[in-house]
Design a protein around this ligand. Structure first.
Ligand code: PMP
Length: 440
Protein backbone atom coordinates (compact mmCIF):
# COMPACT_ATOMS: atom_id res chain seq x y z
CA UNK A 1 0.00 0.00 0.00
CA UNK A 2 2.95 2.39 0.55
CA UNK A 3 3.60 2.56 -3.18
CA UNK A 4 -0.08 3.24 -3.83
CA UNK A 5 -0.19 5.96 -1.18
CA UNK A 6 2.84 7.68 -2.70
CA UNK A 7 1.36 7.40 -6.20
CA UNK A 8 -2.00 8.84 -5.12
CA UNK A 9 -0.32 11.66 -3.24
CA UNK A 10 1.75 12.55 -6.28
CA UNK A 11 -1.37 12.71 -8.47
CA UNK A 12 -3.80 14.36 -6.08
CA UNK A 13 -1.72 16.82 -4.15
CA UNK A 14 -0.39 20.15 -5.29
CA UNK A 15 3.01 20.08 -6.94
CA UNK A 16 4.04 22.83 -4.50
CA UNK A 17 4.29 20.29 -1.67
CA UNK A 18 7.58 20.32 0.11
CA UNK A 19 9.51 19.04 3.12
CA UNK A 20 9.17 15.42 4.08
CA UNK A 21 6.32 14.93 1.64
CA UNK A 22 8.77 15.11 -1.23
CA UNK A 23 10.64 12.14 0.27
CA UNK A 24 9.68 8.77 -1.19
CA UNK A 25 8.71 7.29 2.16
CA UNK A 26 5.42 6.65 3.92
CA UNK A 27 6.06 6.97 7.65
CA UNK A 28 3.93 4.64 9.74
CA UNK A 29 5.45 5.07 13.21
CA UNK A 30 7.68 7.54 14.95
CA UNK A 31 9.27 7.81 18.33
CA UNK A 32 11.84 10.30 19.59
CA UNK A 33 14.20 10.99 16.72
CA UNK A 34 13.28 7.87 14.80
CA UNK A 35 10.77 7.59 11.98
CA UNK A 36 9.82 4.20 10.59
CA UNK A 37 8.66 3.81 6.99
CA UNK A 38 6.03 1.38 5.73
CA UNK A 39 8.86 -0.78 4.38
CA UNK A 40 10.22 -1.20 7.90
CA UNK A 41 13.24 1.08 7.32
CA UNK A 42 14.16 3.43 10.12
CA UNK A 43 15.37 7.00 9.73
CA UNK A 44 16.95 9.52 12.06
CA UNK A 45 14.84 12.65 11.70
CA UNK A 46 16.90 15.84 11.55
CA UNK A 47 13.93 17.79 10.20
CA UNK A 48 11.63 17.10 13.16
CA UNK A 49 8.60 18.89 11.76
CA UNK A 50 10.75 21.81 10.60
CA UNK A 51 11.94 22.37 14.15
CA UNK A 52 8.54 21.75 15.75
CA UNK A 53 9.36 18.62 17.69
CA UNK A 54 11.46 19.85 20.60
CA UNK A 55 10.88 16.53 22.39
CA UNK A 56 10.89 14.40 19.27
CA UNK A 57 8.01 12.33 17.96
CA UNK A 58 5.36 11.03 20.36
CA UNK A 59 7.16 11.91 23.56
CA UNK A 60 5.44 10.00 26.42
CA UNK A 61 4.98 13.19 28.47
CA UNK A 62 3.25 14.91 25.55
CA UNK A 63 1.10 11.87 24.78
CA UNK A 64 0.10 11.61 28.44
CA UNK A 65 -0.94 15.29 28.51
CA UNK A 66 -3.04 14.81 25.37
CA UNK A 67 -4.65 11.60 26.72
CA UNK A 68 -5.37 13.20 30.10
CA UNK A 69 -7.11 16.12 28.39
CA UNK A 70 -9.10 13.83 26.10
CA UNK A 71 -10.24 11.70 29.02
CA UNK A 72 -11.12 14.70 31.18
CA UNK A 73 -14.11 15.66 29.07
CA UNK A 74 -12.76 19.20 28.62
CA UNK A 75 -14.16 20.95 25.55
CA UNK A 76 -11.69 20.56 22.68
CA UNK A 77 -12.81 23.61 20.78
CA UNK A 78 -14.23 26.70 22.42
CA UNK A 79 -13.14 29.66 20.29
CA UNK A 80 -11.41 31.93 22.79
CA UNK A 81 -13.37 31.24 25.95
CA UNK A 82 -11.48 30.79 29.20
CA UNK A 83 -10.48 27.22 30.02
CA UNK A 84 -8.23 25.65 32.65
CA UNK A 85 -6.00 24.31 29.85
CA UNK A 86 -5.58 27.78 28.35
CA UNK A 87 -4.89 29.24 31.78
CA UNK A 88 -2.22 26.62 32.46
CA UNK A 89 -0.62 27.07 29.05
CA UNK A 90 -0.55 30.86 29.32
CA UNK A 91 0.94 30.77 32.82
CA UNK A 92 3.59 28.25 31.77
CA UNK A 93 4.45 30.25 28.65
CA UNK A 94 4.73 33.58 30.46
CA UNK A 95 6.89 32.00 33.17
CA UNK A 96 9.25 30.67 30.49
CA UNK A 97 9.72 34.05 28.80
CA UNK A 98 12.33 36.61 29.92
CA UNK A 99 10.82 38.42 32.92
CA UNK A 100 11.49 41.95 31.56
CA UNK A 101 9.40 41.06 28.54
CA UNK A 102 6.74 38.84 30.10
CA UNK A 103 5.92 41.09 33.04
CA UNK A 104 2.51 42.54 32.21
CA UNK A 105 2.65 41.20 28.64
CA UNK A 106 -0.51 40.37 26.68
CA UNK A 107 -1.00 37.03 24.97
CA UNK A 108 -3.03 36.84 21.78
CA UNK A 109 -3.90 33.35 20.55
CA UNK A 110 -3.75 33.27 16.77
CA UNK A 111 -5.00 31.00 14.02
CA UNK A 112 -3.04 27.80 14.19
CA UNK A 113 0.14 28.54 12.20
CA UNK A 114 3.22 30.68 12.66
CA UNK A 115 2.25 32.82 9.70
CA UNK A 116 -1.01 33.77 11.45
CA UNK A 117 0.90 35.13 14.44
CA UNK A 118 3.16 37.13 12.10
CA UNK A 119 0.09 38.68 10.43
CA UNK A 120 -1.32 39.54 13.85
CA UNK A 121 1.95 41.16 14.94
CA UNK A 122 2.26 43.32 11.81
CA UNK A 123 -1.37 44.37 12.04
CA UNK A 124 -1.23 45.09 15.78
CA UNK A 125 1.77 47.40 15.37
CA UNK A 126 0.02 49.23 12.54
CA UNK A 127 -2.93 49.84 14.85
CA UNK A 128 -0.71 50.81 17.78
CA UNK A 129 1.48 53.25 15.83
CA UNK A 130 -0.97 54.48 13.19
CA UNK A 131 1.82 53.86 10.64
CA UNK A 132 2.06 51.46 7.75
CA UNK A 133 5.54 50.38 6.65
CA UNK A 134 7.68 47.56 8.01
CA UNK A 135 11.44 47.06 8.22
CA UNK A 136 12.53 43.52 7.40
CA UNK A 137 15.71 41.69 6.46
CA UNK A 138 17.34 39.94 3.54
CA UNK A 139 17.14 36.18 4.00
CA UNK A 140 14.30 36.44 6.53
CA UNK A 141 11.37 34.03 6.50
CA UNK A 142 8.11 34.65 8.30
CA UNK A 143 5.43 32.61 6.53
CA UNK A 144 3.36 32.21 3.41
CA UNK A 145 0.36 34.50 3.89
CA UNK A 146 0.42 37.91 2.20
CA UNK A 147 1.78 40.06 5.03
CA UNK A 148 4.25 37.45 6.29
CA UNK A 149 5.47 36.82 2.77
CA UNK A 150 5.93 40.53 2.20
CA UNK A 151 8.43 40.72 5.06
CA UNK A 152 10.25 37.53 4.01
CA UNK A 153 13.43 37.88 1.97
CA UNK A 154 13.57 34.83 -0.23
CA UNK A 155 10.44 35.69 -2.22
CA UNK A 156 11.84 34.76 -5.64
CA UNK A 157 12.35 31.18 -4.52
CA UNK A 158 8.80 31.09 -3.21
CA UNK A 159 7.54 32.36 -6.58
CA UNK A 160 5.30 34.90 -4.95
CA UNK A 161 4.58 38.56 -5.34
CA UNK A 162 5.27 40.31 -2.08
CA UNK A 163 2.22 42.20 -0.97
CA UNK A 164 0.95 43.49 2.33
CA UNK A 165 2.25 47.01 2.57
CA UNK A 166 5.44 48.92 2.14
CA UNK A 167 8.46 46.89 3.21
CA UNK A 168 11.99 48.23 3.46
CA UNK A 169 14.47 45.40 3.22
CA UNK A 170 17.66 45.82 5.22
CA UNK A 171 20.85 43.72 5.11
CA UNK A 172 21.00 40.89 7.63
CA UNK A 173 24.55 40.44 8.97
CA UNK A 174 25.26 37.06 7.36
CA UNK A 175 28.96 36.48 8.00
CA UNK A 176 29.55 33.93 5.21
CA UNK A 177 27.85 35.65 2.26
CA UNK A 178 28.33 39.01 3.85
CA UNK A 179 26.54 42.18 2.78
CA UNK A 180 28.78 45.03 1.60
CA UNK A 181 31.57 42.49 1.05
CA UNK A 182 32.53 42.90 4.69
CA UNK A 183 32.57 40.04 7.18
CA UNK A 184 33.04 39.89 10.93
CA UNK A 185 32.57 42.87 13.19
CA UNK A 186 33.21 45.38 10.43
CA UNK A 187 30.31 43.96 8.41
CA UNK A 188 28.09 43.90 11.43
CA UNK A 189 28.87 47.55 12.20
CA UNK A 190 28.29 48.70 8.63
CA UNK A 191 24.96 46.81 8.47
CA UNK A 192 23.80 48.60 11.64
CA UNK A 193 25.04 52.02 10.48
CA UNK A 194 23.32 51.56 7.11
CA UNK A 195 20.01 50.90 8.88
CA UNK A 196 20.42 53.94 11.10
CA UNK A 197 21.41 56.28 8.26
CA UNK A 198 18.57 55.12 6.05
CA UNK A 199 16.03 55.84 8.77
CA UNK A 200 17.47 59.26 9.57
CA UNK A 201 18.08 60.44 6.00
CA UNK A 202 15.13 62.69 5.10
CA UNK A 203 15.74 61.66 1.48
CA UNK A 204 16.18 57.97 2.36
CA UNK A 205 12.71 57.20 1.06
CA UNK A 206 11.55 55.49 4.25
CA UNK A 207 8.54 56.79 6.13
CA UNK A 208 8.47 56.06 9.86
CA UNK A 209 7.53 52.35 9.90
CA UNK A 210 4.99 50.52 12.08
CA UNK A 211 7.55 47.90 13.11
CA UNK A 212 10.79 46.07 12.50
CA UNK A 213 10.60 42.27 12.30
CA UNK A 214 13.56 39.92 12.55
CA UNK A 215 14.73 36.43 13.46
CA UNK A 216 17.63 36.21 15.94
CA UNK A 217 18.75 33.14 14.00
CA UNK A 218 17.36 32.88 10.47
CA UNK A 219 15.94 29.40 9.99
CA UNK A 220 14.69 28.94 6.44
CA UNK A 221 17.31 31.50 5.45
CA UNK A 222 19.90 28.79 6.14
CA UNK A 223 20.56 28.67 9.91
CA UNK A 224 22.16 32.11 10.03
CA UNK A 225 22.73 33.45 13.55
CA UNK A 226 22.82 37.24 13.94
CA UNK A 227 25.65 38.49 16.16
CA UNK A 228 24.42 39.54 19.61
CA UNK A 229 26.00 42.98 19.20
CA UNK A 230 24.05 43.62 16.01
CA UNK A 231 20.80 42.56 17.69
CA UNK A 232 21.49 45.01 20.51
CA UNK A 233 22.11 47.70 17.89
CA UNK A 234 18.77 46.94 16.22
CA UNK A 235 17.09 47.22 19.62
CA UNK A 236 18.81 50.55 20.33
CA UNK A 237 18.04 51.98 16.87
CA UNK A 238 14.36 51.00 17.01
CA UNK A 239 13.92 52.11 20.64
CA UNK A 240 15.45 55.52 19.96
CA UNK A 241 13.08 56.08 17.05
CA UNK A 242 9.93 54.67 18.63
CA UNK A 243 9.77 51.72 16.23
CA UNK A 244 8.29 48.55 17.80
CA UNK A 245 10.59 45.54 17.45
CA UNK A 246 8.94 42.20 16.67
CA UNK A 247 11.14 39.14 17.14
CA UNK A 248 9.96 36.04 15.28
CA UNK A 249 10.81 33.08 17.52
CA UNK A 250 8.62 30.62 15.64
CA UNK A 251 11.61 28.40 14.87
CA UNK A 252 14.20 29.55 17.43
CA UNK A 253 11.98 29.20 20.49
CA UNK A 254 11.65 26.54 23.20
CA UNK A 255 15.33 25.81 23.77
CA UNK A 256 16.40 25.18 20.20
CA UNK A 257 19.23 27.73 20.06
CA UNK A 258 20.69 26.81 23.44
CA UNK A 259 18.55 29.24 25.44
CA UNK A 260 14.83 28.90 26.11
CA UNK A 261 14.31 31.90 23.78
CA UNK A 262 16.89 33.19 21.29
CA UNK A 263 16.52 36.79 22.53
CA UNK A 264 18.12 35.68 25.79
CA UNK A 265 21.57 35.33 24.16
CA UNK A 266 21.76 39.06 23.40
CA UNK A 267 19.50 40.13 26.27
CA UNK A 268 17.35 42.32 24.01
CA UNK A 269 13.78 42.94 25.16
CA UNK A 270 11.48 43.02 22.13
CA UNK A 271 8.12 44.76 21.98
CA UNK A 272 6.46 41.65 20.59
CA UNK A 273 7.34 38.01 20.10
CA UNK A 274 5.79 35.68 17.55
CA UNK A 275 5.68 32.06 18.72
CA UNK A 276 4.54 28.81 17.14
CA UNK A 277 5.99 25.40 16.16
CA UNK A 278 7.38 23.82 19.37
CA UNK A 279 5.02 25.70 21.73
CA UNK A 280 2.21 23.36 20.60
CA UNK A 281 4.10 20.19 21.51
CA UNK A 282 3.61 18.89 17.92
CA UNK A 283 0.02 20.14 17.58
CA UNK A 284 -0.81 23.43 15.80
CA UNK A 285 -0.62 26.48 18.03
CA UNK A 286 0.56 30.06 17.52
CA UNK A 287 0.59 33.08 19.78
CA UNK A 288 1.58 36.70 19.67
CA UNK A 289 2.93 38.05 22.96
CA UNK A 290 3.40 41.79 23.30
CA UNK A 291 4.10 44.58 25.75
CA UNK A 292 0.85 46.01 27.15
CA UNK A 293 1.34 49.53 25.76
CA UNK A 294 0.71 48.19 22.25
CA UNK A 295 -2.70 46.81 23.13
CA UNK A 296 -4.58 49.10 20.77
CA UNK A 297 -7.17 46.63 19.53
CA UNK A 298 -10.85 46.93 20.34
CA UNK A 299 -12.83 43.70 20.96
CA UNK A 300 -13.25 41.80 17.70
CA UNK A 301 -10.44 43.66 15.93
CA UNK A 302 -8.52 40.48 15.30
CA UNK A 303 -10.38 37.20 15.59
CA UNK A 304 -10.26 33.73 14.10
CA UNK A 305 -12.10 30.46 14.60
CA UNK A 306 -9.20 28.20 15.50
CA UNK A 307 -7.41 30.28 18.07
CA UNK A 308 -5.82 27.86 20.45
CA UNK A 309 -6.91 24.28 20.50
CA UNK A 310 -7.32 22.68 23.92
CA UNK A 311 -5.20 19.62 23.05
CA UNK A 312 -2.45 21.79 21.58
CA UNK A 313 -2.39 23.89 24.75
CA UNK A 314 -2.10 20.79 26.93
CA UNK A 315 0.65 19.32 24.74
CA UNK A 316 2.39 22.69 24.58
CA UNK A 317 2.34 23.31 28.32
CA UNK A 318 3.74 19.81 28.92
CA UNK A 319 6.52 20.49 26.39
CA UNK A 320 7.47 23.88 27.83
CA UNK A 321 7.65 22.41 31.33
CA UNK A 322 9.68 19.40 30.21
CA UNK A 323 12.22 21.52 28.32
CA UNK A 324 12.68 23.78 31.36
CA UNK A 325 12.78 21.01 33.97
CA UNK A 326 15.20 18.83 32.03
CA UNK A 327 17.59 21.60 31.01
CA UNK A 328 17.08 20.85 27.32
CA UNK A 329 18.23 24.31 26.21
CA UNK A 330 21.62 23.56 27.79
CA UNK A 331 21.59 20.18 26.13
CA UNK A 332 20.87 21.84 22.75
CA UNK A 333 23.82 24.13 23.37
CA UNK A 334 26.16 21.26 24.27
CA UNK A 335 25.15 18.87 21.48
CA UNK A 336 25.03 21.79 19.05
CA UNK A 337 28.64 22.70 19.88
CA UNK A 338 29.69 19.08 19.47
CA UNK A 339 27.97 18.79 16.07
CA UNK A 340 29.25 22.11 14.68
CA UNK A 341 32.74 21.33 15.99
CA UNK A 342 32.82 17.94 14.27
CA UNK A 343 31.31 19.36 11.08
CA UNK A 344 33.98 22.06 11.04
CA UNK A 345 36.58 19.28 11.25
CA UNK A 346 34.88 17.55 8.36
CA UNK A 347 35.04 20.81 6.39
CA UNK A 348 38.87 20.55 6.44
CA UNK A 349 38.59 17.23 4.64
CA UNK A 350 35.65 18.01 2.32
CA UNK A 351 36.05 21.30 0.39
CA UNK A 352 32.43 21.14 -0.83
CA UNK A 353 31.48 22.23 2.69
CA UNK A 354 31.72 25.99 2.33
CA UNK A 355 30.38 26.96 5.74
CA UNK A 356 29.24 25.37 8.99
CA UNK A 357 27.17 27.63 11.23
CA UNK A 358 24.30 27.83 13.62
CA UNK A 359 23.38 28.15 17.23
CA UNK A 360 22.36 25.25 19.45
CA UNK A 361 20.47 22.66 17.45
CA UNK A 362 19.75 24.96 14.55
CA UNK A 363 22.67 24.07 12.31
CA UNK A 364 23.41 24.78 8.65
CA UNK A 365 25.99 23.19 6.35
CA UNK A 366 26.35 25.20 3.15
CA UNK A 367 27.48 23.23 0.12
CA UNK A 368 29.54 24.99 -2.52
CA UNK A 369 31.46 24.44 -5.72
CA UNK A 370 35.06 24.47 -4.46
CA UNK A 371 36.33 25.28 -7.98
CA UNK A 372 34.05 28.32 -8.29
CA UNK A 373 35.20 31.93 -8.01
CA UNK A 374 35.05 33.17 -4.39
CA UNK A 375 33.04 36.34 -3.67
CA UNK A 376 34.35 39.42 -1.85
CA UNK A 377 34.05 37.59 1.49
CA UNK A 378 35.70 34.41 0.19
CA UNK A 379 32.46 32.41 -0.14
CA UNK A 380 32.36 30.01 -3.10
CA UNK A 381 29.24 29.72 -5.29
CA UNK A 382 26.46 27.65 -3.68
CA UNK A 383 25.84 24.21 -5.19
CA UNK A 384 22.12 23.43 -4.96
CA UNK A 385 22.39 20.39 -7.28
CA UNK A 386 24.95 18.83 -4.94
CA UNK A 387 22.69 19.64 -1.98
CA UNK A 388 19.84 17.68 -3.57
CA UNK A 389 22.18 14.71 -4.16
CA UNK A 390 23.38 14.88 -0.55
CA UNK A 391 19.81 14.95 0.75
CA UNK A 392 19.06 11.81 -1.29
CA UNK A 393 22.28 10.15 -0.17
CA UNK A 394 21.33 10.94 3.43
CA UNK A 395 17.91 9.37 2.99
CA UNK A 396 19.52 6.25 1.50
CA UNK A 397 21.60 6.05 4.69
CA UNK A 398 18.61 6.51 6.99
CA UNK A 399 18.91 10.22 7.68
CA UNK A 400 16.22 12.83 7.01
CA UNK A 401 17.60 16.32 6.34
CA UNK A 402 16.04 19.23 4.49
CA UNK A 403 17.53 22.06 2.46
CA UNK A 404 17.21 25.79 2.92
CA UNK A 405 19.12 29.00 2.52
CA UNK A 406 19.37 31.57 -0.23
CA UNK A 407 20.23 29.06 -2.95
CA UNK A 408 18.65 25.99 -1.36
CA UNK A 409 22.17 24.66 -0.88
CA UNK A 410 22.20 24.53 2.92
CA UNK A 411 21.66 21.23 4.73
CA UNK A 412 19.61 22.13 7.76
CA UNK A 413 19.89 20.11 10.94
CA UNK A 414 17.01 20.63 13.37
CA UNK A 415 17.00 17.44 15.46
CA UNK A 416 14.84 17.09 18.57
CA UNK A 417 16.50 18.57 21.67
CA UNK A 418 16.29 15.07 23.15
CA UNK A 419 18.82 13.73 20.62
CA UNK A 420 21.20 11.32 22.41
CA UNK A 421 24.99 11.50 22.10
CA UNK A 422 24.85 8.24 20.19
CA UNK A 423 22.30 9.63 17.74
CA UNK A 424 24.40 12.77 17.26
CA UNK A 425 27.36 10.55 16.38
CA UNK A 426 25.23 8.56 13.92
CA UNK A 427 23.99 11.78 12.28
CA UNK A 428 27.61 12.87 11.74
CA UNK A 429 28.70 9.51 10.33
CA UNK A 430 25.78 9.31 7.91
CA UNK A 431 26.11 12.92 6.86
CA UNK A 432 29.86 12.61 6.22
CA UNK A 433 29.33 9.47 4.16
CA UNK A 434 26.50 11.06 2.20
CA UNK A 435 28.45 14.22 1.37
CA UNK A 436 31.47 12.17 0.33
CA UNK A 437 29.38 9.88 -1.87
CA UNK A 438 27.42 12.75 -3.47
CA UNK A 439 30.48 14.92 -4.11
CA UNK A 440 32.43 12.11 -5.76
N1 PMP B 1 8.51 32.33 11.07
C1 PMP B 1 9.58 31.53 11.05
C2 PMP B 1 10.87 32.01 11.62
C3 PMP B 1 9.48 30.25 10.50
O1 PMP B 1 10.56 29.45 10.47
C4 PMP B 1 8.24 29.81 9.99
C5 PMP B 1 8.05 28.43 9.40
N2 PMP B 1 9.15 27.79 8.93
C6 PMP B 1 7.16 30.70 10.03
C7 PMP B 1 7.33 31.95 10.59
C8 PMP B 1 5.82 30.32 9.50
O2 PMP B 1 5.23 29.34 10.26
P1 PMP B 1 4.10 28.42 9.63
O3 PMP B 1 4.77 27.57 8.59
O4 PMP B 1 3.59 27.63 10.77
O5 PMP B 1 3.08 29.32 9.05
Amino acid sequence: PAEAILRRQRVRESAARTYARSFPIVPVRASGMTVEGADGRRYLDCLAGAGTLALGHNHPVVLAAIRRTLDSGAPLHLLDLATAEKDDFTTTLLESLPAEFADGARVHFCGPAGTDAVEAALKLMQTATGRRGTLAFTGGYHGMTAGALAVSGNVAVKEALPSGGEVTRLPYPFAYRCPFGLGGEAGERVAARYTERLLDDPAGGVLPPAAMILEAVQGEGGAVPAPDGWLREMRRITAERGIPLIVDEVQTGVGRTGAMWAVQHSGIVPDAMVLSKAIGGSLPLAVLVYRPQFDGWRPGAHTGTFRGNTLAMAAGAATLRYVAEHGLADRADRVGRFLTGELTQLQQRLPVIGDVRGRGLMIGVELVDPAGEPDACGARPADPALAVRVREACLARGLIVELGGRHDAVLRLLPPLTITDEQARAVLDRLAEAIEAAAR
